[in-house]
Write a protein that binds this ligand. Structure first.
Ligand code: PLP
Length: 385
Protein backbone atom coordinates (compact mmCIF):
# COMPACT_ATOMS: atom_id res chain seq x y z
CA UNK A 1 0.00 0.00 0.00
CA UNK A 2 0.97 3.63 -0.08
CA UNK A 3 0.46 6.78 1.96
CA UNK A 4 0.70 10.51 1.33
CA UNK A 5 4.09 12.21 1.57
CA UNK A 6 2.37 14.58 3.98
CA UNK A 7 1.99 11.87 6.61
CA UNK A 8 5.29 10.04 5.97
CA UNK A 9 7.07 12.16 8.57
CA UNK A 10 4.14 12.33 10.94
CA UNK A 11 5.19 10.79 14.25
CA UNK A 12 2.77 8.44 16.01
CA UNK A 13 0.72 10.44 18.54
CA UNK A 14 2.79 10.73 21.71
CA UNK A 15 0.15 9.39 24.09
CA UNK A 16 -0.78 6.54 21.79
CA UNK A 17 2.86 5.47 22.15
CA UNK A 18 2.77 5.85 25.93
CA UNK A 19 -0.42 3.75 26.01
CA UNK A 20 1.43 1.00 24.13
CA UNK A 21 4.31 1.02 26.62
CA UNK A 22 1.89 0.76 29.54
CA UNK A 23 0.10 -2.19 27.94
CA UNK A 24 3.45 -3.95 27.41
CA UNK A 25 4.48 -3.57 31.06
CA UNK A 26 1.04 -4.60 32.30
CA UNK A 27 1.18 -7.76 30.20
CA UNK A 28 4.40 -8.61 32.12
CA UNK A 29 2.37 -8.42 35.33
CA UNK A 30 3.79 -5.07 36.43
CA UNK A 31 1.49 -2.71 38.35
CA UNK A 32 2.11 0.37 36.26
CA UNK A 33 1.09 3.81 37.51
CA UNK A 34 0.77 6.39 34.76
CA UNK A 35 1.71 9.98 35.48
CA UNK A 36 2.04 10.39 31.73
CA UNK A 37 -1.26 11.61 30.39
CA UNK A 38 -3.12 14.74 31.46
CA UNK A 39 -6.56 13.22 31.78
CA UNK A 40 -8.61 14.13 34.89
CA UNK A 41 -9.30 11.12 37.14
CA UNK A 42 -12.29 12.73 38.88
CA UNK A 43 -15.78 12.15 37.45
CA UNK A 44 -17.75 14.76 35.53
CA UNK A 45 -19.96 16.67 38.04
CA UNK A 46 -23.33 14.98 38.58
CA UNK A 47 -25.55 17.84 37.38
CA UNK A 48 -23.79 17.72 34.01
CA UNK A 49 -24.11 13.93 33.69
CA UNK A 50 -27.80 14.18 34.66
CA UNK A 51 -28.41 16.71 31.90
CA UNK A 52 -26.85 14.37 29.36
CA UNK A 53 -28.97 11.44 30.55
CA UNK A 54 -32.17 13.46 30.25
CA UNK A 55 -31.32 14.89 26.86
CA UNK A 56 -30.13 11.55 25.50
CA UNK A 57 -33.71 10.29 25.87
CA UNK A 58 -35.16 13.08 23.76
CA UNK A 59 -35.51 11.74 20.23
CA UNK A 60 -35.15 15.15 18.62
CA UNK A 61 -31.53 15.04 19.84
CA UNK A 62 -30.88 11.83 17.92
CA UNK A 63 -30.76 13.59 14.59
CA UNK A 64 -27.88 15.58 13.07
CA UNK A 65 -26.91 18.44 15.36
CA UNK A 66 -26.95 22.01 14.06
CA UNK A 67 -23.69 22.64 12.22
CA UNK A 68 -22.52 25.72 14.06
CA UNK A 69 -23.58 24.45 17.47
CA UNK A 70 -26.91 25.25 19.07
CA UNK A 71 -27.49 29.01 19.43
CA UNK A 72 -28.06 28.37 23.16
CA UNK A 73 -24.63 26.81 23.50
CA UNK A 74 -22.93 29.66 21.65
CA UNK A 75 -24.76 32.08 23.95
CA UNK A 76 -23.67 30.08 27.02
CA UNK A 77 -20.07 30.32 25.80
CA UNK A 78 -20.13 34.08 25.23
CA UNK A 79 -22.00 34.65 28.53
CA UNK A 80 -19.31 32.64 30.26
CA UNK A 81 -16.56 34.77 28.69
CA UNK A 82 -18.43 37.90 29.77
CA UNK A 83 -18.78 36.68 33.34
CA UNK A 84 -15.34 35.15 33.71
CA UNK A 85 -13.16 37.56 31.72
CA UNK A 86 -15.35 40.62 31.14
CA UNK A 87 -15.17 40.18 27.36
CA UNK A 88 -18.14 41.01 25.11
CA UNK A 89 -18.51 38.58 22.21
CA UNK A 90 -21.22 38.07 19.62
CA UNK A 91 -22.54 34.50 19.98
CA UNK A 92 -23.42 34.25 16.29
CA UNK A 93 -20.15 35.34 14.75
CA UNK A 94 -17.47 35.17 17.44
CA UNK A 95 -17.99 31.74 19.03
CA UNK A 96 -17.81 28.26 17.55
CA UNK A 97 -18.30 24.96 19.43
CA UNK A 98 -15.74 22.26 18.67
CA UNK A 99 -15.71 18.48 19.01
CA UNK A 100 -12.99 18.94 21.62
CA UNK A 101 -10.56 21.78 21.08
CA UNK A 102 -7.95 19.40 19.61
CA UNK A 103 -9.79 19.11 16.30
CA UNK A 104 -10.15 22.89 16.15
CA UNK A 105 -6.42 23.38 16.78
CA UNK A 106 -5.71 21.16 13.78
CA UNK A 107 -8.52 22.35 11.50
CA UNK A 108 -7.73 26.05 11.96
CA UNK A 109 -4.52 25.41 10.03
CA UNK A 110 -6.46 23.98 7.10
CA UNK A 111 -8.41 27.23 7.18
CA UNK A 112 -5.36 29.56 7.37
CA UNK A 113 -2.42 27.99 5.54
CA UNK A 114 -1.31 27.72 1.95
CA UNK A 115 1.42 25.20 1.09
CA UNK A 116 4.77 26.17 2.60
CA UNK A 117 3.37 28.80 4.97
CA UNK A 118 5.09 28.98 8.32
CA UNK A 119 3.49 28.61 11.74
CA UNK A 120 5.34 29.75 14.88
CA UNK A 121 5.05 26.85 17.31
CA UNK A 122 6.09 26.89 20.97
CA UNK A 123 8.83 24.39 21.81
CA UNK A 124 8.10 22.50 24.00
CA UNK A 125 4.38 22.45 23.23
CA UNK A 126 1.22 20.45 22.77
CA UNK A 127 2.06 18.12 19.84
CA UNK A 128 -1.01 19.05 17.77
CA UNK A 129 0.34 22.54 16.97
CA UNK A 130 3.23 21.11 14.97
CA UNK A 131 1.57 18.05 13.51
CA UNK A 132 -1.56 20.01 12.57
CA UNK A 133 0.74 22.41 10.71
CA UNK A 134 2.35 19.51 8.82
CA UNK A 135 -1.03 18.01 7.93
CA UNK A 136 -2.20 21.31 6.52
CA UNK A 137 0.88 21.52 4.28
CA UNK A 138 2.63 24.18 6.36
CA UNK A 139 6.00 24.32 8.03
CA UNK A 140 6.47 24.62 11.80
CA UNK A 141 9.11 27.04 13.06
CA UNK A 142 9.85 26.32 16.70
CA UNK A 143 9.99 29.14 19.23
CA UNK A 144 12.11 27.94 22.17
CA UNK A 145 10.51 28.35 25.60
CA UNK A 146 13.41 28.69 28.01
CA UNK A 147 13.34 28.55 31.78
CA UNK A 148 15.44 31.75 31.98
CA UNK A 149 12.61 33.55 30.13
CA UNK A 150 9.92 32.02 32.34
CA UNK A 151 9.03 29.74 29.41
CA UNK A 152 7.74 32.65 27.32
CA UNK A 153 8.93 33.05 23.72
CA UNK A 154 11.22 36.00 22.96
CA UNK A 155 9.78 37.52 19.82
CA UNK A 156 12.85 39.67 19.10
CA UNK A 157 15.05 36.57 18.95
CA UNK A 158 13.04 34.82 16.22
CA UNK A 159 14.52 34.52 12.72
CA UNK A 160 13.13 37.56 10.79
CA UNK A 161 12.95 35.66 7.51
CA UNK A 162 10.82 32.92 9.08
CA UNK A 163 8.68 35.52 10.83
CA UNK A 164 8.05 37.29 7.52
CA UNK A 165 6.66 34.05 6.07
CA UNK A 166 4.62 33.18 9.14
CA UNK A 167 0.83 33.18 8.93
CA UNK A 168 0.01 32.08 12.46
CA UNK A 169 1.49 31.68 15.92
CA UNK A 170 0.36 29.34 18.67
CA UNK A 171 0.57 30.44 22.28
CA UNK A 172 -0.80 28.66 25.33
CA UNK A 173 -0.77 29.96 28.91
CA UNK A 174 -1.23 28.46 31.48
CA UNK A 175 1.13 26.20 29.59
CA UNK A 176 1.28 22.50 28.92
CA UNK A 177 3.88 21.01 29.47
CA UNK A 178 5.89 23.66 31.37
CA UNK A 179 3.01 24.85 33.64
CA UNK A 180 4.23 28.43 33.11
CA UNK A 181 1.74 31.29 33.21
CA UNK A 182 1.56 34.58 31.33
CA UNK A 183 0.18 37.97 32.28
CA UNK A 184 -1.65 40.53 30.16
CA UNK A 185 1.54 42.47 29.58
CA UNK A 186 2.98 39.48 27.73
CA UNK A 187 -0.20 39.06 25.69
CA UNK A 188 -0.01 42.76 24.80
CA UNK A 189 3.51 42.29 23.47
CA UNK A 190 2.34 39.26 21.50
CA UNK A 191 -0.51 41.26 19.96
CA UNK A 192 1.91 44.05 18.91
CA UNK A 193 4.31 41.52 17.41
CA UNK A 194 1.49 39.76 15.54
CA UNK A 195 -0.02 42.99 14.26
CA UNK A 196 3.34 44.28 13.01
CA UNK A 197 4.03 41.03 11.19
CA UNK A 198 0.54 40.25 9.94
CA UNK A 199 0.32 37.02 11.92
CA UNK A 200 -2.78 35.41 13.40
CA UNK A 201 -2.55 34.47 17.09
CA UNK A 202 -4.08 31.16 18.10
CA UNK A 203 -4.22 31.12 21.88
CA UNK A 204 -4.95 27.75 23.49
CA UNK A 205 -6.40 28.23 26.99
CA UNK A 206 -7.73 24.90 28.32
CA UNK A 207 -6.17 25.44 31.78
CA UNK A 208 -7.65 28.88 32.42
CA UNK A 209 -9.53 27.54 35.48
CA UNK A 210 -6.83 25.27 36.90
CA UNK A 211 -4.86 27.81 38.90
CA UNK A 212 -3.52 28.03 42.46
CA UNK A 213 -2.42 30.39 45.21
CA UNK A 214 -4.80 33.13 44.15
CA UNK A 215 -3.53 33.35 40.57
CA UNK A 216 -6.31 34.04 38.05
CA UNK A 217 -5.40 33.27 34.44
CA UNK A 218 -6.36 35.95 31.93
CA UNK A 219 -7.87 35.36 28.52
CA UNK A 220 -5.66 36.58 25.70
CA UNK A 221 -8.76 38.37 24.37
CA UNK A 222 -8.71 40.72 27.38
CA UNK A 223 -5.87 42.62 25.75
CA UNK A 224 -6.55 45.61 23.45
CA UNK A 225 -6.46 44.64 19.81
CA UNK A 226 -6.43 40.88 20.42
CA UNK A 227 -9.82 40.35 18.84
CA UNK A 228 -8.57 42.03 15.64
CA UNK A 229 -5.84 39.46 15.09
CA UNK A 230 -6.66 36.25 16.88
CA UNK A 231 -8.86 33.62 18.44
CA UNK A 232 -8.75 31.68 21.68
CA UNK A 233 -9.46 28.00 22.11
CA UNK A 234 -10.98 26.75 25.32
CA UNK A 235 -12.36 23.43 26.41
CA UNK A 236 -14.70 21.81 28.88
CA UNK A 237 -12.30 18.85 29.09
CA UNK A 238 -10.12 19.93 31.98
CA UNK A 239 -12.41 22.44 33.72
CA UNK A 240 -15.29 19.98 34.18
CA UNK A 241 -13.50 16.61 33.89
CA UNK A 242 -15.06 16.02 30.48
CA UNK A 243 -12.18 14.81 28.29
CA UNK A 244 -14.19 11.83 27.04
CA UNK A 245 -17.18 13.91 26.00
CA UNK A 246 -15.43 15.90 23.26
CA UNK A 247 -16.63 19.45 23.70
CA UNK A 248 -14.64 22.65 23.40
CA UNK A 249 -14.88 25.92 21.52
CA UNK A 250 -13.10 28.79 19.81
CA UNK A 251 -13.92 32.46 20.42
CA UNK A 252 -12.59 35.68 18.96
CA UNK A 253 -12.10 37.33 15.58
CA UNK A 254 -15.19 36.75 13.44
CA UNK A 255 -13.28 36.40 10.15
CA UNK A 256 -11.08 33.61 11.57
CA UNK A 257 -14.04 31.95 13.30
CA UNK A 258 -15.91 31.98 10.00
CA UNK A 259 -12.97 30.41 8.14
CA UNK A 260 -12.74 27.65 10.76
CA UNK A 261 -16.48 27.01 10.64
CA UNK A 262 -16.39 26.69 6.83
CA UNK A 263 -13.73 23.98 7.11
CA UNK A 264 -15.62 22.18 9.86
CA UNK A 265 -19.09 22.25 8.37
CA UNK A 266 -17.64 20.60 5.27
CA UNK A 267 -16.01 17.72 7.12
CA UNK A 268 -17.82 17.14 10.41
CA UNK A 269 -21.38 17.48 11.63
CA UNK A 270 -21.11 19.00 15.06
CA UNK A 271 -21.38 17.77 18.64
CA UNK A 272 -24.17 15.37 19.73
CA UNK A 273 -26.99 17.68 20.84
CA UNK A 274 -27.36 15.98 24.23
CA UNK A 275 -23.70 16.77 24.91
CA UNK A 276 -24.28 20.36 23.82
CA UNK A 277 -27.05 20.61 26.45
CA UNK A 278 -24.70 19.13 29.04
CA UNK A 279 -22.11 21.72 27.98
CA UNK A 280 -24.62 24.52 28.56
CA UNK A 281 -25.28 23.11 32.03
CA UNK A 282 -21.53 23.00 32.71
CA UNK A 283 -20.98 26.63 31.68
CA UNK A 284 -24.14 28.07 33.26
CA UNK A 285 -24.59 25.81 36.28
CA UNK A 286 -22.99 25.68 39.70
CA UNK A 287 -19.20 26.20 39.52
CA UNK A 288 -18.52 24.69 42.94
CA UNK A 289 -17.00 21.58 41.36
CA UNK A 290 -14.30 23.74 39.79
CA UNK A 291 -13.22 24.98 43.21
CA UNK A 292 -13.12 21.43 44.54
CA UNK A 293 -11.02 20.35 41.59
CA UNK A 294 -8.50 23.13 42.25
CA UNK A 295 -8.19 22.00 45.86
CA UNK A 296 -7.60 18.38 44.85
CA UNK A 297 -4.86 19.28 42.36
CA UNK A 298 -3.27 21.79 44.71
CA UNK A 299 -2.87 19.14 47.40
CA UNK A 300 -1.32 16.77 44.87
CA UNK A 301 0.93 19.50 43.49
CA UNK A 302 2.29 20.25 46.95
CA UNK A 303 2.77 16.56 47.63
CA UNK A 304 4.76 15.99 44.42
CA UNK A 305 6.88 19.12 44.96
CA UNK A 306 7.66 17.91 48.47
CA UNK A 307 8.53 14.39 47.30
CA UNK A 308 10.86 15.75 44.63
CA UNK A 309 12.57 17.89 47.24
CA UNK A 310 13.34 14.76 49.22
CA UNK A 311 15.33 13.40 46.28
CA UNK A 312 17.16 16.67 45.78
CA UNK A 313 15.03 18.29 43.09
CA UNK A 314 13.85 21.71 44.29
CA UNK A 315 11.12 23.48 42.35
CA UNK A 316 8.82 26.45 42.72
CA UNK A 317 5.26 25.11 42.91
CA UNK A 318 3.58 25.97 39.58
CA UNK A 319 0.74 28.51 39.67
CA UNK A 320 -1.42 26.55 37.24
CA UNK A 321 -2.18 23.37 35.27
CA UNK A 322 -2.07 19.69 36.15
CA UNK A 323 1.63 19.32 35.33
CA UNK A 324 4.96 19.44 37.10
CA UNK A 325 7.81 20.16 34.67
CA UNK A 326 10.87 18.62 36.24
CA UNK A 327 14.50 19.19 35.22
CA UNK A 328 16.29 15.82 35.15
CA UNK A 329 19.31 15.32 37.44
CA UNK A 330 22.86 15.59 36.04
CA UNK A 331 23.90 12.62 33.98
CA UNK A 332 20.44 11.91 32.58
CA UNK A 333 18.56 12.81 29.43
CA UNK A 334 14.78 13.13 29.29
CA UNK A 335 14.53 9.67 27.82
CA UNK A 336 17.04 7.92 30.08
CA UNK A 337 15.41 9.42 33.18
CA UNK A 338 11.86 8.51 32.07
CA UNK A 339 13.02 5.03 31.10
CA UNK A 340 14.72 4.44 34.45
CA UNK A 341 11.55 5.48 36.29
CA UNK A 342 9.43 3.17 34.15
CA UNK A 343 11.77 0.18 34.33
CA UNK A 344 12.70 0.43 38.01
CA UNK A 345 9.62 2.05 39.58
CA UNK A 346 6.89 1.00 37.15
CA UNK A 347 5.84 4.64 36.86
CA UNK A 348 5.16 6.35 33.55
CA UNK A 349 6.24 9.97 33.13
CA UNK A 350 6.57 11.69 29.78
CA UNK A 351 10.01 12.66 28.52
CA UNK A 352 10.25 16.40 27.88
CA UNK A 353 11.81 16.06 24.44
CA UNK A 354 8.57 14.47 23.20
CA UNK A 355 7.11 18.02 23.32
CA UNK A 356 9.88 19.46 21.15
CA UNK A 357 13.69 19.62 21.13
CA UNK A 358 13.83 22.34 23.80
CA UNK A 359 11.99 20.01 26.18
CA UNK A 360 15.18 17.94 26.38
CA UNK A 361 16.43 17.82 29.96
CA UNK A 362 12.96 17.68 31.52
CA UNK A 363 10.23 15.18 32.30
CA UNK A 364 6.56 15.96 32.84
CA UNK A 365 4.59 14.55 35.77
CA UNK A 366 0.79 14.81 35.72
CA UNK A 367 -1.41 15.21 38.78
CA UNK A 368 -4.39 13.28 37.42
CA UNK A 369 -4.25 10.07 39.43
CA UNK A 370 -5.99 9.30 42.73
CA UNK A 371 -4.12 10.50 45.84
CA UNK A 372 -3.14 7.02 47.06
CA UNK A 373 -1.77 6.00 43.66
CA UNK A 374 0.15 9.26 43.39
CA UNK A 375 1.66 8.58 46.82
CA UNK A 376 2.58 5.05 45.79
CA UNK A 377 4.18 6.37 42.57
CA UNK A 378 6.24 9.02 44.34
CA UNK A 379 7.28 6.53 47.06
CA UNK A 380 8.54 4.16 44.39
CA UNK A 381 10.44 6.95 42.64
CA UNK A 382 12.00 8.03 45.96
CA UNK A 383 13.14 4.48 46.57
CA UNK A 384 15.18 4.25 43.34
CA UNK A 385 17.09 7.49 44.03
C1 PLP B 1 -5.98 18.98 27.11
C2 PLP B 1 -5.52 20.03 26.16
C3 PLP B 1 -6.39 20.53 25.19
C4 PLP B 1 -7.86 20.18 25.19
O1 PLP B 1 -8.15 19.16 24.41
P1 PLP B 1 -9.66 18.75 24.11
O2 PLP B 1 -9.54 18.31 22.69
O3 PLP B 1 -10.55 19.93 24.26
O4 PLP B 1 -9.98 17.64 25.04
C5 PLP B 1 -5.93 21.51 24.33
N1 PLP B 1 -4.68 22.00 24.44
C6 PLP B 1 -3.84 21.57 25.39
C7 PLP B 1 -2.51 22.19 25.51
C8 PLP B 1 -4.23 20.55 26.26
O5 PLP B 1 -3.37 20.12 27.19
Amino acid sequence: MFEAKRIKNLPPYLFAEIDKKIAEKKSQGIDVISLGIGDPDQPTPKHIVDTLCQQAKNKSNHRYPSYYGMPKLRKAITDYYQKRFGIELDPDSQALPLIGSKEGLAHILVALLDPGDIVLVPDPGYPVYGTGTLLAGGEAYFMPLLEENNFLPKFQDLNPEKVSKAKAMFLSYPNNPTSAVANKEFFSKAVDFARNNNIVILHDNPYSEITYDGFKAPSFLEVDGAIDIGIEFNSLSKTYNMTGWRIGYAVGNNFIIDALSRVKTNIDSGIFNAIQYAGIEALEGDQESVDKMRQIYKKRRDFVIDSLKQIGIELEPPKATIYIWVPVPDGYTSTSFATKILDEAGVVVSPGNAYGPTGEGYIRITLTVEDDRLKEAMDRIKEIF
